[in-house]
Design a protein around this ligand. Structure first.
Ligand SMILES: [Cu+2]
Length: 144
């Protein structure tokens, strides 16, 4: 009779062990998946947009007071087409080093093409006054 509680405790511990083992495995799998996901996001973050017929086409969203994506990443020597949509007000996008300056009316989409022939990190900035935050409206343009 007195042996039963001991057996019960052994059974309880073995059930707890199996449970804790199973619970421990699942979070690790979940973690690996989220790491893979981050890895994929990281890859997408490396170069912006997609190459279509030899042109890197990048959709840029301009709104008070930011550009998306930020940073904009391209490869040295690539032909780049910025397709800029203004969401809320008239904005512009200018990058002095590449001599580009494109104005975009509210709600409109405009395009500009240029060759990314200089390596480094440059500033793309809003070139049309759009409100109080206009001076802080910029994004990094990185040529790798
Ligand atoms: Cu502006």
């Amino acid at each position: 009779m007195r042996k039963y509680p001991i057996l019960f405790i052994i059974l309880l511990f073995s059930v707890m062990f199996i449970n804790s083992h199973c619970l421990a495995v699942n979070p690790i799998e979940g973690e690996q998946k989220s790491h893979q996901h981050q890895g994929q996001e990281g890859k997408n973050h490396e170069l912006s947009g997609k190459v279509e017929n030899g042109v890197r086409v990048i959709q840029v969203k301009a709104s008070r007071y930011k550009f998306e994506p930020d940073p904009i990443l391209v490869k040295l020597g690539e032909k780049v087409r910025l397709v800029v949509t203004s969401i809320d007000a008239a904005h512009g996008i200018a990058i002095s080093e590449f001599k580009i300056n494109l104005a975009v009316s509210a709600g409109k989409t405009e395009r500009i093409e240029f060759i990314a022939d200089k390596q480094g990190e440059f500033q793309a900035y809003c070139s049309v006054y759009c409100g109080a935050g206009h001076g802080q409206m910029h994004a990094s343009f990185i040529v790798k």
